[in-house]
Design a protein around this ligand. Structure first.
Ligand code: GDP
Length: 343
């Protein structure tokens, strides 16, 4: 249930929206959004994902109003190579969370979609149980021409989901090395799903991704695979001890799970909660969120500056002129960049 201060903040935000957008649907969307209406949440995300100029202002307004009622959730990043069992795990994990009274939103960052327009995460029918659950909201990856664009929209979607009252936000990505840093920089807990036994235990997933994780779960720990999973758990536990200590001092935990048999799901939630309480008790939780906001502002600033720069015709003209000289090796790339900057 919404707290009085949340209600108050929401009603103030709504009043100021009414003054700005008498003719558009932003007021209705916001009003329905904060009552937890899933269709309105979908509509809100579509609005912020829109690249149309005319949607920019209402989208910005909707976001700044949502900011006043967002921030109260645990944000969990989940990654792992294709086939490790992410969607099956999230289906079981999300269903467990709704069974204990949580509202769960699942967003995806799919690095393949900007590049190939194809999607590793979005194609299959995924999370069958959770997609039928009234307390869950599942949204496939935003599309954008850049990973930075997808990441920004996912961050904004997190805010909207929080404004709609979702307590747990899961951001899923494929563990192929491009989008993990982005997901790590927008979540409170970063969970890495791993398979047991494929030859060298540390193969297949980049060391940098392992260093980022707050917890690891060895998937498919059922049937003949159970023993291998237990073995992998102890291997990874030792491996994590060899990594440099995380800046916040947290020692990542490892467990095993089977989404098919519903084992280890509750333990994974306990691991995340332990981490949450650990962070809160040391005042690290808020601090990490503040750092993330600051990072988000910096990244957006860089994007905006770049956009503005390349929209200036004199820069583009100079760029094309110099391209020729660059190809003929009459000038170095560094010199060319300096000339364009000064143009
Ligand atoms: P994703 O590509 O990481 O999303 O992986 P999926 O969730 O689609 O799972 C890949 C395959 O592993 C599917 O055939 C699943 O049925 C299977 N799988 C997923 N979780 C488990 C599990 O807990 N136990 C077993 N035995 N198989 C699983």
């Amino acid at each position: 249930m919404a707290s009085p201060s949340k209600d108050n903040a929401a009603s103030k935000a709504l009043d100021s929206l009414k003054n700005h957008h008498r003719s558009i649907d932003v007021v209705r969307i916001f009003q329905e959004l904060i009552t937890g209406n899933r269709a309105a949440l979908g509509e809100a995300i579509t609005l912020i994902e829109s690249t149309s100029e005319k949607h920019k202002k209402p989208a910005t307004d909707l976001l700044s109003k949502s900011l006043t009622v967002s921030g109260r959730s645990i944000r969990i990043g989940i990654t792992g190579v294709p086939g490790v069992g992410k969607s099956t795990f999230i289906d079981a994990f999300g269903t467990y969370l709704t069974s204990i009274g949580k509202k769960v939103a699942v967003l995806a960052i799919d690095p393949s979609s900007p590049i190939s327009k194809g999607s590793i995460l979005g194609d299959k029918t995924r999370m069958e149980k959770l997609s039928m659950d009234k307390d869950a909201f599942i949204r496939p990856s935003a599309t954008s021409t850049t990973l930075g664009g997808v990441a920004r929209k996912t961050r904004e979607s997190i805010m909207l989901c929080e404004a709609a009252g979702y307590d747990i936000i899961i951001v899923e990505t494929v563990g192929v090395g491009q989008s993990e840093t982005a997901v790590h920089s927008m979540t409170d807990f970063f969970l890495l799903l791993m398979l047991a036994g494929a030859g060298d235990q540390l193969q297949g997933i980049k060391r940098g991704i392992m260093e980022m994780c707050d917890g690891m779960s060895i998937t498919k720990a059922d049937g003949d695979n159970r023993k291998k999973a237990e073995f992998a758990k102890s291997e990874y536990t030792s491996a994590l001890h060899l990594f440099p200590e995380k800046t916040d001092g947290w020692m990542p935990k490892v467990n095993t799970c089977s989404a098919l048999e519903n084992n280890g799901i509750e333990e994974t939630w306990k691991m995340i909660q332990d981490h949450y309480h650990w962070m809160v008790s040391r005042n690290i939780f808020e601090q990490r969120r503040h750092e993330q906001d600051f990072e988000w502002m910096n990244e957006t600033l860089k994007e905006l500056v770049l956009d503005q720069f390349f929209q200036r015709p004199e820069k583009m003209k100079k760029l094309l002129d110099l391209k020729e000289q660059l190809l003929k090796r009459q000038i170095t790339p560094f010199q060319a960049a300096e000339i364009i900057l000064k143009a």
